[in-house]
Design a protein around this ligand. Structure first.
Ligand SMILES: Cc1cc2nc3c(=O)[nH]c(=O)nc-3n(C[C@H](O)[C@H](O)[C@H](O)COP(=O)(O)O)c2cc1C
Length: 370
């Protein structure tokens, strides 16, 4: 597919997950294949302008980390404009604007005309950014405040007219948080609202079949995967293969999962330094474990690691413990195999979420609008 001036190798995107989709994660996923485009965690425009070390770490990239967009948030037009210029200087292929929820609750601020006022202001901010840089500007949003205020189609239309190169839409409202089902009809209405630019659908894709289903049901040009890439960093490779051939590749086995877990961990150590990297990796390792089968001791042990040696010891201990659940070839016995993953929008009524709400860590605070 085409995004602005770029022809992408696939129509699969890595969604920004603050605290996770850093350079080590992006390189790990890219190496497995199938990923067409990745976006950094969101960065505060002002912090980037101030060259805040944390902000600079968030936008750190490398030659293999391409194509790459930097996601900015902020509401001061001049800061967003100048920060976009910094992103361009840093070598980003695009700047993505985190819009969270498109507009404030319409009823609260006086109905449709207030909404339009807000849209005009947003368009002005975005236009300032577009005029300041040569690289494309994209926008990421939710469907709207709640089911009665699905404002994303209006916003998408205004943004296309302003010159935005692509729209990413998480198919939930602000009121939904991360619960309930992703609304495919809502995504479809955003696709219908724009004339030419690609709309990328997002939300709850955990399997290649779910990715195809979202594309088929909404007409979106591509799909963006966040948490699904943590359960299964191979999801881009497997989805790309499925979309191209119709063949569903099996999920990777334990040995392959451990190989990639190690690569990911090693990159954390290189990027953050061993002690800090090991500490930060404590919240990453459990995501891999979700497809290990029985893994309680692994999760317990991993949340205390402080070094490479510690990580290796934890892995060795766990592998020995896990053997009791496996056959002679080392494959999990059927009764210990994790249940197949099913996206929210593909579950039968009443069918339970394999992971359960509480097992997907969504940070509290303003981020609940993502
Ligand atoms: C831990 C976490 C961090 C997130 N950080 C961001 C972010 O920095 N910027 C953003 O636009 N969305 C962020 N999101 C939202 C995701 O990009 C995505 O829209 C949402 O998780 C739905 O997609 P998924 O089901 O594939 O994860 C975050 C979500 C989670 C769970």
């Amino acid at each position: 597919m085409q995004l602005g001036p770029y022809t992408l190798s696939s129509n699969l995107f890595l969604s920004p997950l603050a605290g996770y989709t850093n350079l080590p994660m992006r390189l790990t996923v890219r190496e497995l294949g199938g990923l067409g485009w990745a976006t950094t965690d969101l960065v505060n425009a002002r912090s980037l302008l101030e060259r805040n070390p944390t902000a600079l770490k968030l936008v750190a990239s490398s030659a293999e980390d391409r194509p790459m967009a930097i996601q900015l948030f902020g509401s001061v037009p001049e800061e967003m404009r100048d920060a976009a210029v910094v992103c361009q200087e840093l070598g980003a292929q695009a700047v993505d604007i985190n819009m969270g929820c498109p507009v404030k609750k319409v009823v609260k601020i006086g109905g449709g005309s207030a909404m339009m006022t807000e849209l005009v202001g947003t368009a002005r901010l975005v236009r300032g950014m577009i005029e300041a840089v040569k690289i494309p500007i994209t926008a990421k949003m939710r469907l709207g405040w709640d089911d009665d205020n699905l404002t994303a189609p209006d916003l998408a239309r205004v943004l296309e007219d302003t010159g935005v190169a692509a729209i990413f839409v998480h198919g939930r409202t602000r009121a939904q948080g991360f619960s309930g089902t992703v609304n495919l009809a809502g995504i479809r209405s955003v696709v219908a609202a724009v004339k030419k630019i690609p709309v990328i659908g997002n939300g709850d894709i955990t399997t290649p079949v779910a990715a195809k289903h979202m594309r088929d049901e909404t007409g979106c040009a591509g799909v963006s995967i966040g948490r699904g890439a943590f359960y299964d960093p191979w999801i881009f490779h497997r989805t790309n293969h499925y979309l191209r051939t119709g063949e569903l590749l099996p999920e990777p086995d334990f040995a392959e999962r451990v190989r990639v877990l190690r690569r990911h961990f090693e990159r954390y150590c290189e990027f953050y330094g061993e002690a800090h990297g090991a500490r930060l990796f404590r919240k990453v390792a459990p995501w891999y474990a979700k497809r290990f089968g029985p893994a309680k001791p692994f999760k317990h042990r991993m949340i205390t690691i402080t070094s490479r040696a510690d990580f290796e010891a934890a892995l060795t201990e766990y592998s020995a413990w896990r053997a009791q659940f496996c056959d002679e070839q080392g494959n999990l016995l059927p009764k210990f195999q994790p249940a197949p993953m099913v996206a929210s929008f593909m579950r039968e009524p009443g069918e339970a979420d394999v992971f359960g709400r509480e097992s997907i860590p969504v940070p509290k605070g303003p981020v609940d609008v993502w």
